[in-house]
Each structure stands twice: as structure tokens, then as C-alpha cells.
Design a protein around this ligand. Structure first.
Ligand code: NI
Length: 226
């Protein structure tokens, strides 16, 4: 049974058997990070985009663990130039890894990394459909609401949908509730945020349940099997 652990913000650890998949590990400088980045073990690091609160500690975690970074091509090539092992992909493409299948979805957002005080283009941002142990997790990345979520929901049986609710930079709560109606996941989990985007995850959960879907608010550091 796969296990999901919430590190805070959009950072998760997905485990199935001995395989450890880390998504968007922004830990250094994250006031709600629930783990020390030096203690994170990973076989794969999935990155949705180049913003510092998603790329985060991805490079150092990948290099220390000799893990493979999976990312949209432009971001993957940047990570490779920094000495990481990479598996570049792109939107709409799927690949079967030893642990299971990964498919990239669209995300309406930006993807630049701030390097030496300058914004460096990192291609398009993405979301991820990750299927491990027969279960499918959708990590939306940072995105606004989009109607193609209906298609994602129609073509995939999503067990857990990880959705931003922060507003300002991404979907706010009401748009994220609409995303749940489009995606029809068995469980919706809000990605909680901080500072200008500290939306109330319990309000999201209540509104999702009013629509007849299940939601669960994960505390920072909390794990669940699914
Ligand atoms: Ni972002």
C-alpha cells in the first residue's frame, strides 16, 4: 500500500515498497517544513516547475542520494547542468519507470528560477499523475483552474488529488473545489501554504465534502497510506 507524507507547502514523499519519490522538496527556507533536507532519502525527485518554492532543495537531495530528477525538459536540462541525473519529460508524455508510471499534465503558471538575482527561463510548468502500487496520485503543481481537469478525471481513476488552494499565485479555495468536481478523486488533499497565501485548508475540506467528495487535511509531517 503506497504511503504519502506531507513535508509542507507542495512537498510530498511518496513511498511504495522500497521506492522513495519526492515531489517539489522546498524545505530550506520553508517555515512549515517538517523535515531536515539533509535527512531526506529519495530515489526520484519530481519537479513541477522552477520557482524556488518547488525546485527548492531538489538538486541537493537528488545529488546526495544519487536520485533521478524527473522534470519538464528545460528544467531537467538545467538540473543536469548542475550535476544531477535527470529524466526529462514533457506535457502529455508518460513514461513507465521501475516503480510505476509518470505522466505530465498541463499547469497554468510560470516556471523561472531565480539564479544569482536573475530570472532564468525553465520552460513550462507541469502537474504529475503518478501511479504506484496500483494507485494514482495527481499533484497539480502550481496552477489555475482549467477545464481539462475534466479530461484528466475522465481518463484516470485518481485516488488522491493534491491541489493548491492558496489563491493569488494559484487556484483559491473555490476554484480548487471546482477542480475536485472535475477530477473526481477518491480523496482531495489541499496543499497548504504560507505568508500571502495562507488559505484555510479546513474551509477547503468542508466545501469539498459539501459537494459529496472526500477531503483530508494533512498536517505538516503527517503520513497516510492509501
Ligand atoms: Ni510557482
Amino acid at each position: 500500500m503506497p504511503k504519502l507524507t506531507y513535508f509542507g507547502h507542495a512537498a510530498f514523499l511518496l513511498e511504495d515498497g522500497n521506492t522513495k519519490i519526492v515531489i517539489d522538496p522546498f524545505l530550506t527556507g520553508n517555515p512549515v517544513a517538517s523535515v531536515n533536507p539533509n535527512q531526506v532519502q529519495a530515489d526520484y525527485v519530481l519537479l513541477t516547475h522552477g520557482h524556488g518554492d518547488h525546485l527548492g532543495d531538489g538538486l541537493t537531495i537528488a545529488k546526495r542520494n544519487n536520485a533521478t530528477i524527473v522534470a519538464p525538459y528545460e528544467l531537467a536540462m538545467y538540473c543536469q547542468s548542475q550535476g544531477a541525473n535527470v529524466h526529462p519529460m514533457h506535457i502529455g508524455g508518460g513514461h513507465t519507470f521501475p516503480f510505476g508510471r509518470v505522466k505530465l499534465t498541463i499547469a497554468h503558471h510560470g516556471s523561472a528560477a531565480e539564479i544569482d538575482g536573475k530570472l532564468v527561463y525553465m520552460g513550462n510548468p507541469c502537474g504529475y499523475l503518478v501511479t504506484v502500487g496500483g494507485k494514482t496520485v495527481y499533484h497539480a503543481g502550481d496552477t489555475g483552474l482549467f477545464l481539462d481537469m475534466q479530461l484528466i478525471g475522465e481518463m484516470n481513476e485518481i485516488d488522491v488529488a493534491l491541489l493548491p488552494i492558496g489563491d493569488n499565485f494559484t487556484m483559491g479555495i473555490d476554484d480548487a473545489v471546482k477542480a475536485v468536481e472535475f477530477l473526481k478523486p477518491k480523496l482531495a488533499v489541499p496543499m497548504q501554504t504560507f505568508e500571502v497565501i495562507d488559505a484555510d485548508p479546513n474551509e477547503f475540506a468542508r466545501k469539498v465534502e459539501e459537494k459529496g467528495f472526500k477531503a483530508r487535511v494533512l498536517d505538516f509531517g503527517e503520513s497516510m497510506e492509501f
